[in-house]
Design a protein around this ligand. Structure first.
Ligand code: ZN
Length: 140
């Protein structure tokens, strides 16, 4: 039980905890044992820190906090991804519009070339016919 050093009231749960890695434990590859909790007295509002034993409850609090942080991180990543995707979509839409305009231009160029060729072929046919007539090959 944690009590306020000023007034002796019971402080329920720390509003912040952090783990102090003990060199010994780290060398042995064990969990760090020392946890420090930051408390605020519910009566006199004094703030104090106390070393806590590494207990399941605190571990749980820490892991929930870690999870919240991780979820926050994932959410931020998702927001960033979404933003990037929106920008990409915007860029692609602009590119598509430009390509459609270019295709339309090329189509018109191709069509006018076809028209020119058709009229040229028509003129050449007439020329061939008139030459045939001139040479008396009209019946062939
Ligand atoms: Zn107090």
């Amino acid at each position: 039980m944690i009590t306020c050093p000023k007034c002796g009231a019971e402080a329920a749960t720390p509003y912040k905890t952090w783990i102090i890695p003990s060199r010994e434990a780290l060398q042995k590859g064990e969990e760090p044992k020392l946890v420090v909790g930051l408390f605020e007295c519910p009566d006199c509002e004094a703030r104090f820190r106390t070393a806590l034993k590494f207990e399941g409850k605190i571990e749980e609090t820490a892991s929930i906090k870690n999870m919240v942080e991780r979820i926050k991180g994932i959410r931020e990543e998702l927001m960033q991804t979404l933003k990037n995707l929106r920008e990409k979509i915007k860029t692609l839409e602009t590119e598509r519009a430009n390509l459609i305009i270019e295709i339309e231009k090329l189509r018109k160029v191709a069509e006018s070339r076809v028209n020119v060729l058709e009229s040229e072929v028509g003129m050449l046919r007439e020329e061939v016919n008139s030459l045939r007539n001139l040479l008396g090959y009209a019946d062939e």
